[in-house]
Design a binder for this molecule. Structure first.
Ligand SMILES: NC(=O)c1ccc[n+]([C@@H]2O[C@H](COP(=O)([O-])OP(=O)(O)OC[C@H]3O[C@@H](n4cnc5c(N)ncnc54)[C@H](OP(=O)(O)O)[C@@H]3O)[C@@H](O)[C@H]2O)c1
Length: 277
């Protein structure tokens, strides 16, 4: 994580989360990568936080740092969201503490690189449990509360891989296609009920993702890699503006736009090259 939210970032997000001082955001996957960035950007807006992921220690460290720097309230909830029923347990833990969630950053997720048949099936289904089921359950549970209050914001993290099939990331890319399709549909369904749903579709970003996915980084992919701060900022800005989805980075937009002009067989071949599969 960058140490300081720079002046440009502060200005570009200032006032975007109206009444931020009284709001609370739940950020899943807040122990690493982009999760750290959402946390700092929202804390800088005086949004109180709940941080959720499996590893307690990096979240406690982040919480201490952000409390000191921004004077916000932060609660740390260590939880494995890939375990069935985890979303409901997280909600009941927050209810016990009388913590209401106004902004849900549904960020926890990981990829699996490799041939589908060479990957133990359990690893694939565990990933689906986190990337699809937990994201769906969290959106349902916290979305219901938000709709009852007539206000709330949900950021879902899809991917540039949501837009086409990706050999080498077959199941992961499919989970992210689900997130984009689900999120854009929810955007329309929940808008009349006062809840904004936005899908952020990052391209390759410098986080713990490659290590978690055991994925090689090809020279082309390295060239396309973005820092996590501008990606997180793009997502939060789009959420504040009420957009259905957003794709950060000029080159990422070119790649996705080119899908409109090319056959799917070519898209698969390009992605195979880009991901180094
Ligand atoms: N980096 C990229 O290139 C890229 C591109 C497109 C989309 N994305 C998406 O961006 C999101 C954030 O990933 P990242 O790039 O920031 O990677 P990251 O640095 O590996 O962060 C992933 C986060 O998810 C948490 N997590 C993983 N398994 C979990 C579980 N079972 N229960 C609870 N939390 C869990 C991790 O925390 P613990 O290990 O402590 O549980 C970590 O905080 C993911 O949804 C990813 O698919 C990433």
């Amino acid at each position: 994580m960058q140490n300081v939210v720079n002046a440009e970032t502060q200005t570009s997000l200032v006032g975007k989360f109206n009444g931020a001082a009284t709001k609370r955001a739940l950020i899943t996957g807040a122990s690493s990568g982009m999760g750290l960035e959402y946390a700092e950007l929202l804390a800088a807006q005086k949004v109180n936080l709940v941080l959720a992921a499996r590893r307690r220690e990096p979240m406690e460290k982040l919480a201490t740092e952000l409390r000191q720097k921004y004077g916000v309230e932060i609660v740390v909830e260590p939880i494995d969201l890939a375990v069935r029923g985890a979303a409901a347990r997280l909600k009941s833990s927050l209810d016990d503490k009388s913590l209401q969630i106004d902004i849900l950053v549904n960020n926890a997720g990981y990829g699996l690189h490799g041939d589908f048949l060479d990957t133990p099936l359990e690893r694939t289904t565990d990933m689906m449990q986190l990337n699809i089921t937990a994201v769906t359950e969290l959106s349902f549970i916290f979305g219901q509360d938000m709709a009852t209050r007539g206000a709330g914001q949900i950021l879902l993290i899809a991917s540039i891989l949501s837009f086409q099939p990706v050999p080498g990331f077959a199941a992961y890319a499919a989970t992210k296609s689900y997130v984009l399709s689900f999120g854009e549909a929810l955007h329309d369904e929940l808008r009349p009920r006062g809840v904004t749903v936005t899908c952020l579709c990052p391209g390759h970003t410098e986080t713990g993702f490659d290590a978690a996915a055991s994925a090689p980084v090809s020279p082309l992919l390295r060239f396309l890699t973005m820092k996590p701060r501008p990606v997180a900022e793009t997502g939060l800005r789009a959420l504040a503006k009420g957009k259905a989805s957003v794709l950060p980075g000029f080159m990422n937009n070119i790649i996705v736009f080119s899908n409109r002009l090319t056959p799917r067989s070519m898209q698969r071949a390009v992605m195979k090259n880009v991901t180094g599969a």
